[in-house]
Design a protein around this ligand. Structure first.
Ligand SMILES: Nc1nc2c(ncn2[C@@H]2O[C@H](COP(=O)(O)OP(=O)(O)OP(=O)(O)O)[C@@H](O)[C@H]2O)c(=O)[nH]1
Ligand SMILES: [Zn+2]
Length: 202
C-alpha cells in the first residue's frame, strides 16, 4: 500500500456486512423501533452496505487510482479544476458534509490526467473526515506525486451536523484551504487562483 493514503491506522479490510447489520439491528431496537416490521426488515443490510460505500476511500490506493496517468509536459501555467462535488462523513457525528472542491496546481515538468483529480477527492472524502484534514490530504498527495511549483486546494462545505442538529444553522458554509509552494509563498499567484474560483464561491 502506497503511503499516499497517509492515514496511519488505514483500514484495508472489507467491512463485515453481517456484523454491521447486527449492530444496526441493535441500534434500531435501542431507538424503540421494531426491526422486524416490513419497512425495516432489510434496513440493517442496506445501512451496512451504504456505510461500506461511504467509507470505500479507506480501501483505495492512490497509486492504483492514478494508474500511471502522470505525463511529462512543458506546460507551466496554472491548471485549475473547480466545482468538484464531494460527499463525506464528519467523524464526530457520522453525518454528511458535502460541497465543492476547487484545485489548482502549477506544473514543474509533470501534469496529471485531469480525471484523476476528482478521483483523488473521492479517495479522501469517502472516509470519516474533518474538512481541514480532507483539504490537506488532497493537497499533500498532489504535491507528492507531481512535485509541482505549487498546489492550492479550497473546500466549501455544508455540515449536516450543524444544519439538522446542534446549532441548526441552515445557511452556514465552512471554507478551508491548503496551499503549497508558490501558492503559499506568492500572494499574487494565490490571489489569481482565488479570483479564478471567486464566482464559484458561495
Ligand atoms: N473543525 C471541524 N469541526 C467539525 C467538523 N465536522 C464537525 N465538526 C465539529 O466538531 C465539534 C464536536 O464538538 P462536541 O462539543 O464534542 O460535540 P457536540 O456536543 O455534538 O457539538 P455541537 O455540534 O456543537 O452540538 C462540533 O463543534 C462540530 O461542529 C469539521 O470538518 N471540522
Ligand atoms: Zn459533525
Amino acid at each position: 500500500m502506497a503511503d499516499g493514503n497517509r492515514d496511519e491506522k488505514l483500514v484495508i479490510t472489507k467491512p463485515d456486512i453481517e456484523k454491521i447489520s447486527g449492530l444496526i439491528k441493535e441500534l434500531l431496537i435501542e431507538l424503540g423501533e421494531d426491526p422486524n416490521r416490513e419497512g425495516l426488515k432489510k434496513t440493517p443490510v442496506r445501512v451496512a452496505k451504504a456505510f461500506e460505500y461511504l467509507t470505500k476511500g479507506y480501501r483505495e490506493d492512490i497509486e492504483k487510482v492514478l494508474n500511471g496517468a502522470i505525463f511529462t509536459e512543458k506546460y507551466n501555467e496554472m491548471v485549475i479544476v473547480k466545482n468538484i462535488d464531494f460527499f463525506s462523513l464528519c467523524e464526530h457525528h457520522l453525518l454528511p458534509f458535502y460541497g465543492k472542491v476547487h484545485i489548482a496546481y502549477i506544473p514543474n515538468g509533470k501534469i496529471v490526467g485531469l480525471s484523476k483529480i476528482p478521483r483523488i477527492v473521492e479517495v479522501f472524502s469517502r472516509r470519516l473526515q474533518v474538512q481541514e484534514r480532507l483539504t490537506q490530504q488532497i493537497a499533500d498527495v498532489l504535491n507528492e506525486y507531481l512535485n509541482p511549483k505549487g498546489v492550492a486546494v479550497v473546500i466549501e462545505a455544508r455540515h449536516l451536523c450543524m444544519i439538522m442538529r446542534g446549532v441548526e444553522k441552515q445557511n452556514s458554509v465552512a471554507t478551508t484551504s491548503a496551499m503549497h509552494g508558490i501558492f503559499a509563498e506568492d500572494v499574487k499567484t494565490r490571489n489569481e487562483f482565488m479570483h479564478l474560483i471567486s464566482q464559484d464561491l458561495t
